[in-house]
Design a protein around this ligand. Structure first.
Ligand code: OGA
Ligand code: MN
Length: 288
């Protein structure tokens, strides 16, 4: 009885041992998991041979699940709560739509008005080497900024674009993605609703600050990204099949590394926990 918690890196992340997700989890047991989630930002559960329903059932402990209406093409038709992050060929022989998912620093669903609270990614098939995922502790990154920089960014909003990386953008999908997801402005500093701590909320989907030009914004955005991705703020996860990784999207960001043999299969399935409403549709023009 009882779970064990082991830190995975200095900056963030912890492994939870002694939990079997094929069985229902009691409320007090989940309480321990939830405390660890708030403390460590990323949780690893290893060797979880769960099916899709069990993955969804465990995820529901964290809150209501997203049905992925803003990413309809990537969800499982039978389980809208599950997003496929995969390089498996589609049934029509076309390459997968989601093979480049997450290959830039981001927090899930930041480009929507209900950015995600957290995500639970399950490794179904992973290549023997490469394809790691990196995480950054955005609370620690914020805390380490100078008082002057904190003053400068406090009150700024970043404009988040939904676009993914280049090759993922077949024209018809790019068009649908833009229609479903107009650019959304999110505070650059968010207060975590459960811990009350301030965290940087920025990523490579942020093109500019609201009411500032791209030219003006970019040097600061680049600085904040470079700052937040210094090694002392990071955890790098090397996947094993049957890993489930849970992360807090309100105070961490992550990136999928595309460094693996593309002929080998990498198939992940994700549930996304809905967060609290945040941000607003961005003011269109680059206001002078
Ligand atoms: C995601 C994501 C990272 C990965 O599922 O949200 O960014 O390594 N995935 O697959
Ligand atoms: Mn992601």
């Amino acid at each position: 009885m009882g779970i064990r918690i082991r830190k995975l890196s200095y900056a963030l992340g912890a492994q939870i041992e002694g939990l079997d997700l094929t069985r229902p989890i009691g409320e007090s047991e989940f309480g321990e998991v939830h405390r660890a989630f708030l403390e460590h930002g990323v949780l690893l559960l290893r060797g979880q041979r769960v099916d899709r329903e069990q993955h969804i059932a465990f995820s529901r402990h964290f809150g209501e699940l997203d049905r992925h209406d803003s990413l309809p093409r990537d969800r499982d038709p039978d389980h809208p709560e599950l997003l496929m992050v995969t390089n498996r060929e589609r049934t029509d022989g076309q390459p997968s739509n989601s093979r480049y998912t997450g290959q830039l620093w981001h927090s899930d669903m930041s480009f929507t008005l209900v950015p995600s609270l957290g995500s639970l990614l399950r490794a179904v098939e992973v290549p023997p080497v490469g394809g790691d995922t990196m995480f950054a502790n955005m609370t620690a990154a914020y805390d380490a900024l100078s008082p002057g920089m904190k003053r400068l960014i406090d009150g700024l909003h970043g404009v988040h674009q939904p676009e993914r990386k280049g090759a993922d953008q077949a024209p018809q999908w790019a068009e649908q993605n833009r229609r479903l997801n107009p650019p959304v402005a999110q505070p650059v500093v968010r207060v975590h609703p459960e811990t009350g701590r301030r965290a940087l909320y920025i990523g490579e989907k942020v093109r500019r600050f609201e009411s500032m030009t791209e030219e003006e914004s970019q040097p600061i955005i680049r600085y904040l990204l470079q700052h937040a991705t210094r090694p002392q703020f990071l955890y790098r996860h090397q996947w094993q099949r049957d890993d489930i990784l849970v992360w807090d999207n309100r105070c961490t960001m992550h990136i999928a590394l595309g460094d693996y043999e593309q002929a080998l299969e990498r198939h992940m399935e994700r549930t996304t926990v809905l967060g609290t409403p945040s941000g607003h549709v961005a003011v269109d023009a680059e206001v002078a």
